[in-house]
Design a protein around this ligand. Sequence first.
Ligand SMILES: [Zn+2]
Length: 221
Amino acid sequence: MKKEKAVVVFSGGQDSTTCLFWALEKFDEVEAVTFHYNQRHEEEVEVAKAITEKLDVKHRILDMSLLSQLSPNALTHKEIEVEDGEGDSLPSTFVPGRNLLFLSFAGIVARQIGARHIITGVCETDFSGYPDCRDVFIKSLNVTLNLSMDDSFVIHTPLMWLDKAETWQLADELEAFDFVRHHTLTCYNGVIGSGCGECPACKLRNQGLENYLQQREGADV
Ligand SMILES: [Zn+2]
């Protein structure tokens, strides 16, 4: 059987780490790609590096610092407050074009190493108003990538229709629950594991975890 290779867009957070475990189960060869774009917390790249070392996964870090030059937002500029979008406005953490650029670069990496599969942790259920996390965008980009390189990439989005509790469940099914819980960084304030507990990312993550643990306990009784 042909060896199947995959590229995982990897930030070191809960979602992309769960995707990394998912990919490691599905594909023979997995490479992680992390984009460095002057994130609010440099730790993010360090955490991504540490996780791939622990899991013995080949890791590539690509410099995308031009993204923060192009569009000031709360993830790349410390002076901008992290806020949820109110009404129709997008949250201050929205980085315009991020997934478009990241997935395009992941496609170029995939092409270069002979990988057909690209995995991203985007999710429409909890998409917080980010337009480039929607399924229709991913499907459209998949077509565009294939046309642009005359290739047959498959973009996988294992978390697309899961809520945060179900994402914890998936990690558990992949026997990665404790790993994801303790080694990943989701918090906007740069606190690894359970995080600061206060920022929007922590609230979403911890609420999902609580819900999942309750369900699990209920199932055990
Ligand atoms: Zn936090």
